[in-house]
Ligand binder design. Structure first.
Ligand code: NAI
Length: 470
């Protein structure tokens, strides 16, 4: 029986291992993490992450061939295949701060694997890492290997949060990179055999290590670039009277371009796009390619521009001040069907409005109050370091209240910003919000219809976004 251990029980490690356990009942899968609260949650009825379909998969295998544990060293020592799915955040200090990937967590995991191993192992990079990381990891593992053979594979994860289980069940492709030596090819085959339990062979791509590592950064850069492209177009649409949803539809029906990832929005978020592009930019700079670095940097600049533009739009539509005005924020997660708020555009939008002294009433169906308060008080890039996964001493922003109902959030509000495209916001009774709550205000001076934000802009165009009730 093959034993798999995955280091890192996060958004990637948890769902990926749960699906491997479900599809390979004869393989024992143990997911380990240094975070005790996270592992406790994986072993409880309240999983640490919200992902449609995940609970069902976990319930089917937990205790049979799927286990969650904090006994990291024991399970790594016993495993044949070790996946490493720890966080690889943007460095906050030192060389490359604000751009380069921080490999501290990866390196400490690799040193631990080297220390505790007593049998040959395949070590799989599941985390997104800079190209050539495997070379460094190889050096760490083989430095004091005592005759143990380690094979490093790159197996980047392409799942998207919100559709993780669907993506894992039916991936567009699984990518496995390895050394082109007999031992390397054997290791690639061993991992391929795991995925072959449910993924058709023609969707399992094998490459050399560096192509696999770089393909993940490249894929995220291309995806984010599409969003920044359509968002850049949205600014021009507003200036000219074109409708961005019509433009994106017309562009996307060209089969060479395709319709996906072409909704204009308040900007992309999530833990990956910005961090991975910054990392790509840094790698290009280090390789003496400043023009290439500059090209990809622009994708981030447009994203920041879009978030600022959005805040300015709200403030400008309310007589250039939102001081003391209540603004309802519907949606805080970086996209629908997840409770993840890492790098969500809502943070920058809320901070921008708070900077103009607005009062915010925030509702999101999956994000807890302390998470929102933490996000609004935390420094940029600090969120993805394990220390911050632990509960912190409560800090609250006084101008912010968090409520558990969309209508409650909009009550007596001067404006409504929809920042996450949750399905439930599409069926809200906006007439009711407008007439009952806003209609009561006798001093209603501006009656432009409301709306704003998120990929919701697919339905409502940016020029119609603001319900201002000064
Ligand atoms: P996460 O922050 O949710 O999970 C990482 C986990 O690793 C944390 O629970 C942390 O406590 C644990 N950890 C850190 N150092 C450890 C150590 N030495 N020993 C044991 N546990 C340790 O991160 P997430 O989102 O799962 O991402 C993991 C990697 O996968 C990152 O490199 C990310 O870029 C990549 N990725 C993320 C995707 C996403 O949608 N979130 C998609 C594809 C790749």
């Amino acid at each position: 029986m093959v034993k798999i251990c995955c280091i890192g029980a996060g958004y990637v490690g948890g769902p990926t291992m749960a699906v491997i356990a479900l599809k390979c009942p004869k393989i024992e899968v143990v997911v380990v993490d240094i975070s005790v609260p996270r592992i406790n949650a994986w072993n409880s009825d309240q999983l640490p992450i919200y992902e449609p379909g995940l609970e069902d998969v976990v319930k089917q295998c937990r205790g049979n061939n799927l286990f969650f544990s904090t006994d990291v060293e024991k399970h790594v020592a016993e495993a044949d295949i070790v996946f490493v799915s720890v966080n690889t955040p943007t460095k906050t200090r030192g060389l490359g701060a604000g751009k380069a990937a921080d490999l501290t967590y990866w390196e400490s995991a690799a040193r631990m694997i080297a220390d505790v191993s007593k049998s040959d192992k395949i070590v799989v990079e599941k985390s997104t890492v800079p190209v050539k990381t495997a070379e460094a990891i190889e050096k760490i593992l083989t430095h004091n290997s005592n005759g143990i053979n380690f094979q490093i594979l790159s197996n980047p994860e392409f799942l998207a949060e919100g559709t993780a289980i669907k993506d894992l069940f039916n991936p567009d492709r699984v990518l496995i990179g390895g050394r082109e030596t007999p031992e390397g090819l054997e290791a690639v085959k061993a991992l391929k055999d795991v995925y072959a339990h449910w993924v058709p062979e023609d969707r399992i791509l094998t490459t050399n290590l560096w192509s696999a590592e770089l393909s993940k950064l490249a894929a995220n850069a291309f995806l984010a670039q599409r969003i920044s492209s359509v968002n850049a177009m949205s600014a021009l649409c507003e200036a000219t009277g074109a409708d961005v949803s019509q433009v994106s539809h017309a562009v996307g029906t060209d089969t060479r371009i395709g319709p996906k990832f072409l909704n204009s929005s308040v900007g992309f978020g999530g833990s990956c796009f910005q961090k991975d592009i910054l990392n790509l930019v840094y790698i290009c700079e280090c390789n003496g390619l400043p023009e290439v670095a500059e090209y990809w940097k622009q994708v981030i600049k447009i994203n920041d521009y879009q978030k600022n533009r959005f805040v300015n739009r709200v403030v400008a539509s309310m007589f250039n001040t939102v001081a003391n005005k209540k603004v309802a924020i519907l949606g805080f997660a970086f996209k629908k069907d997840t409770g993840d708020t890492r790098e969500t555009p809502a943070i920058d939008v809320c901070k921008g409005l708070l900077g103009d002294k607005a009062r915010l009433s925030i509702y999101d169906p999956q994000v807890a109050e302390d998470q929102i308060q933490r996000d609004l008080t935390m420094k940029k890039f600090d969120w993805d370091h394990p220390l911050h996964l632990q509960p912190m001493s409560p800090t609250t922003v006084k101008q912010v209240s968090i409520v558990w109902d969309a209508y409650e959030a909009t009550k007596d509000a001067h404006a409504v910003c929809i920042l996450t495209e949750w399905d439930e916001f599409k069926t809200l009774d906006f007439q009711k919000i407008y007439f009952i709550f806003f209609g009561q205000m006798k001093s209603l001076m501006e009656t432009r219809p409301l709306l704003m934000g998120g990929s919701f802009l697919q339905t409502f165009q940016l020029p119609d976004l603001v319900l201002a009730n000064p």
